[in-house]
Design a protein. Structure first.
Length: 312
């Protein structure tokens, strides 16, 4: 696995900054790089870069791949393509700031799908958190105007972003069902490769429709950025931070994404922070905090050992 050796808190800050910058870059290159070209380059290059590090592990996991390959392929469709790649298409018609805020609602969708698909119990405090956070998402989608909900007037890009978040949450469920004996590098390589392949037909359609990468510095910088930073560097920092801080502590760093995306969007894209952004962000943060609160456990040596084993 790609490892980093810096302070884990700093690693999480760097990762979330890159995640936020990814939306700003995706918005900035509209008109320079077709949306699905962006996704294809991002995941194709990522797969090629990590393949030499993963090859030995892939060979060792061949038996698992033959049995669980379809589920791994599904994960590749859900995260790199539907979850991340399609978001570049959404950014053609919405704001990078909106994308950063909606991204923070990911734990809410994960909790919901775990309840619906895995049958995990949804406690009252979690249900309240889900309702509050969903209200925050709707505040973003309908631009803080409840009348738009009644008239079904909304920004298509924001709706697509919500769908992208649902796909990312579904990816979490799919990954959870993969055997833990899979090496992480095998999983990442498979996910990246499938994601790139899913983009290929859409890239062909863009080319057939006359959409090409423009020979501009903006296009070059954008492609270099998405090829190296969000898929490889950010994920390496994020995974390392989770390993050393734990899931609960590291999850709160996602709240930095809207802060970074708002700052970058204001600086480089002239996007304005509106009241509905603030309302939606506060509601999502409160909802996620409620929905991800750990269930109180009896204080005993046995419980402490079990919890430590689960986080190892």
């Amino acid at each position: 696995m790609l490892r980093v050796s810096i302070n884990p808190h700093l690693a999480m800050v760097i990762a979330t900054f890159i995640f936020a910058a990814n939306y700003v870059v995706g918005r900035a290159v509209v008109g320079h790089v077709p949306a699905f070209h962006m996704g294809f380059v991002r995941w194709g290059v990522a797969a090629i870069v990590i393949l030499p590090f993963a090859w030995a592990h892939i060979r060792n996991d061949m038996a698992l791949l033959r049995t669980h390959g379809p589920l791994l392929a599904l994960a590749g469709v859900l995260m790199p393509f539907l979850g991340a790649g399609v978001s570049y298409y959404a950014l053609v018609s919405t704001l990078a700031l909106n994308a950063g805020i909606v991204q923070t609602s990911l734990p809410i969708f994960t909790v919901l799908l775990a309840w619906l698909i895995l049958g995990e119990r949804l406690r009252t405090v979690q249900a309240v958190g889900v309702a509050v956070a969903v209200t925050g998402v709707l505040a973003i989608v309908f631009r803080g105007e409840p009348a738009k909900l009644m008239e079904l007037r909304f920004n298509v890009g924001d709706i697509i972003l919500v769908g992208c978040n649902l796909a990312l949450a579904s990816y979490s469920i799919a990954i959870r069902r993969l055997p833990k004996t899979f090496h992480p590098m095998t999983v990442l390589t498979g996910v990246f490769a499938v994601g790139a392949l899913c983009h290929a037909p859409f890239v062909a359609a863009e080319i057939a429709g006359g959409a090409f990468v423009q020979p501009t510095m903006t296009a070059l910088i954008g492609l270099l950025f998405v090829a190296l930073l969000p898929s490889i560097v950010a994920i390496a920092f994020w995974n390392d931070g989770i390993t050393r801080l734990g899931v609960n502590r590291s999850g709160f760093y996602m709240y930095l994404v809207p802060i970074f995306s708002a700052t970058l969007a204001a600086l480089f894209l002239d996007e304005r922070i509106e009241a509905y952004h603030l309302v939606g962000c506060v509601l999502i943060v409160v909802g996620v905090t409620l929905s991800t609160r750990a269930k109180p456990q009896p204080q005993s040596a046995a419980t402490g050992t079990a919890d430590g084993a689960r986080q190892s």
